[in-house]
Ligand binder design. Structure first.
Ligand SMILES: Cc1cc2nc3c(=O)[nH]c(=O)nc-3n(C[C@H](O)[C@H](O)[C@H](O)COP(=O)(O)OP(=O)(O)OC[C@H]3O[C@@H](n4cnc5c(N)ncnc54)[C@H](O)[C@@H]3O)c2cc1C
Ligand code: FES
Length: 253
């Protein structure tokens, strides 16, 4: 785990309340960052003691850049959205376990919902380099919230759902998966807890799969036990033992 200042290269609105930020990573060893791990961002204001956990959307080893996509939800992300190129953020990372990449997997399903979509893109790029067939199913609230579709289309076939039906198919990604016959060996997903639970119920025992949980966090480094999740092997910390857990591992009661 490293801590350093990173310079903002770009901070651009890409959908309603949603921004893509590129950060220059001169001091970080980006080879330690794997898809699914996250960084903890310090908001440069003494009123905000807790860092904000954000996944990596893209890791550009050649340009020494990382990209994140974040949604403005509260005060911390609102302050981030007002920052300009040239300003700096203090970053702690990489944190958490990444998505395990299986050598024998020939085809994968990437299933993302809302702010859970970003970490699946870097994963998809790495899988594409290995010749894996990729299908993405991405869910959003409405047409104004949709982002990164063109990028996911470079990986393979993409299905999109919106709750109000204003873009793609009406409903959730589960509705798409119930209708479409998508062939895949391994599932990778990140999104709201209800979506992850529905995927777990649909595929556990039938497919190999990994779910990334975006639980509320405090320390983000395993010290405060403030992000516990119940698993079949007892309580685990999402920030340190996760955020990625295998299908069937988490207990939702
Ligand atoms: C592993 C992980 C990866 C994430 N990746 C992304 C991403 O790629 N893009 C994105 O838009 N969002 C992501 N999130 C959610 C993001 O961390 C929260 O939306 C953000 O922290 C909200 O901060 P805030 O100050 O705007 O909100 P506030 O509600 O003001 O935050 C108050 C406190 O609660 C914490 N908090 C609030 N909501 C969440 C949440 N959903 N998850 C964790 N902590 C939260 C904040 O970090 C802060 O400490 C991720 C969360 C986790 C745990
Ligand atoms: S947030 Fe402190 S242990 Fe996970």
């Amino acid at each position: 785990m490293q801590q350093c200042q990173m310079q903002i290269v770009e901070n651009m609105r890409i959908a309603r309340d949603t921004y893509r930020m590129s950060l220059r990573a001169n001091e970080l060893d980006l080879s330690l960052f794997t898809p699914g791990c996250f960084i903890n961002i310090k908001i440069d204001d003494s009123a905000y003691l807790l860092r904000r956990p954000i996944s990596l959307y893209e890791i550009d080893l050649a340009a020494k850049l990382v990209r994140i996509i974040y949604k403005v939800l509260g005060k911390g992300t609102e302050l981030m959205s007002k920052m300009a190129a040239g300003e700096e953020l203090n970053i702690l990372g990489p944190l958490g376990s990444g998505f395990p990449i299986q050598n024998d997997s020939q085809s994968v399903l990437l299933a993302g919902g809302g702010v859970g979509v970003p970490p699946l893109y870097e994963l998809g790029k790495r899988l594409q380099e290995r010749g894996v067939t990729i299908t993405s199913v991405l869910g959003f609230q409405d047409a104004d919230s949709v982002y990164a579709i063109k990028e996911f289309e470079t990986l393979g076939q993409v299905f999109v759902s919106t709750i109000d039906g204003s873009f793609g198919q009406k409903g959730t990604i589960i509705d798409i998966l119930n209708k479409q016959e998508i062939e895949f060996d391994t599932l990778y997903s990140c999104g709201p807890a209800g979506m992850l639970k529905a995927l777990d119920e649909k595929y556990q025992g039938k497919k190999e799969g990994y779910l990334s949980f975006e639980e509320r966090m405090a320390c983000g480094i395993g010290a405060c036990y403030g992000c516990m999740v119940n698993t079949k092997a007892g309580l685990k910390r999402v920030c340190k033992d996760g955020p990625v857990f295998a299908l069937g591992e988490v207990s939702y009661e």
